[in-house]
Design a protein around this ligand. Structure first.
Ligand SMILES: Nc1ncnc2c1ncn2[C@@H]1O[C@H](COP(=O)(O)OP(=O)(O)O)[C@@H](O)[C@H]1O
Ligand SMILES: [Mg+2]
Length: 313
């Protein structure tokens, strides 16, 4: 029995066809639900599903699928379709086609999501799986399904605080505190990612757009939960120096960011003793990188970071 699909809003005909084909060929909805929620059998079969656009996306178009049940609350899923001929995540090596690379990378993303679901629940959306097939004309198609994360991005929250400050509903000190707290949470979350990926892999885009803070957690719970929604390019074999440099490049090399956001966020994720031990090990690499940048750019951008690290360890 096929689940009827409804369409809400502007969907490209190619994307409608992709979702319909995956639905017809693979019955991907019950499978995805089983992987994400751990339910199976009749309760994993929705009565209907409504597909609506969520974001255009850089590498993939993002849709929500709201599943309706006769005996359960509606349940949302996220479905992602790579943009045609757009290389998702990384550049292919010479002997690989874009399609092979896309397939491998999406499968890898599913495997990483499964790993993270065990190691650090809530840090990354649970995966519903990835499906790949070919049209009769040979065109490769891909579909990725994952848990919907209800929340606002760190970037959007910062914008909200700024608007509250401009509207005078938040004073300057309150605004600073909120901004620092949310950025520190972002740093802690990205460092937890590195930690949960065996301190070996890191995202090349740890930006405040790619992290959602769960709505329910912003005011009620003292420890808000943040989820990374986009791993983007993955960097292999990277240690703490790389992670700190990437985060500082995105959130700022300024003294106040380093002292109030970067290092405290890292300590939140790893604990103070462990964090200090890792900083001690990282110092030579940080110094070498600072030298390299000084020679290359002629400016000493990394001094605030080095000074703070030396003072701490
Ligand atoms: N699992 C998810 N739950 C809720 N929203 C999501 C989810 N994945 C993506 N989004 C939304 O879609 C946007 C784009 O997704 P993302 O994976 O970051 O793609 P890209 O960076 O290529 O544009 C995100 O900024 C977010 O608003
Ligand atoms: Mg993104």
């Amino acid at each position: 029995m096929s689940v009827p699909l409804h369409w809400d809003g502007q969907l490209g005909p190619a994307h409608v066809a992709t979702i319909e084909t995956a639905h017809r060929l693979y019955h991907f909805l019950p499978q995805a639900l089983q992987r994400i929620r751990g339910i199976s059998g009749r309760s994993a079969i929705p009565q209907s599903a409504t597909v609506a656009p969520l974001a255009v996306g850089g590498g993939m178009a993002v849709y929500t699928m709201l599943l309706q049940f006769s005996d359960q609350e509606p349940y949302p899923l996220v479905c992602k379709i790579p943009h045609q001929r757009r290389i998702v995540y990384t550049t292919p090596t010479d002997h690989q086609s874009t399609d092979d690379t896309t397939r491998q990378l999406l499968d890898r993303l599913v495997a990483l999501a499964d790993h993270l679901a065990q190691r650090a629940p809530g840090l990354f959306p649970r995966s519903g799986g990835a499906w790949h097939w070919q049209e009769t004309d040979g065109t490769a198609r891909h579909l990725l399904v994952e848990e919907f994360i209800p929340g606002l991005s760190v970037e959007r929250l910062k914008l909200q605080y700024e608007q509250q400050w401009l509207a005078d509903t938040l004073d300057t000190e309150g605004y600073q505190q909120q901004r620092i707290a949310i950025e520190r949470l972002a740093i802690a979350t990205f460092v937890r990612l590195w930690d949960a990926l065996d301190r070996r892999l890191f995202t090349s885009d740890p930006s405040p757009w790619n992290i959602l803070v769960r709505q329910s957690s912003t005011f009620l719970s003292p420890a808000p939960v943040a989820t990374i929604i986009d791993l983007h390019g993955l960097e292999e074999d990277v240690g703490l120096p790389y992670v700190l440099q990437r985060l500082a490049a995105v959130y700022g090399m300024r003294q106040d960011i380093i002292v109030e956001v970067l290092i405290p966020g890292m300590f939140d994720a790893l604990g103070v003793p462990e964090g200090k031990a890792l900083l001690r090990d990282a110092l030579p690499a940080l110094e070498a990188e600072a030298d390299r940048i000084r020679q290359y750019l002629g400016v000493d951008m990394q001094q605030p970071l080095l000074q703070h690290v030396r003072a701490l360890i």
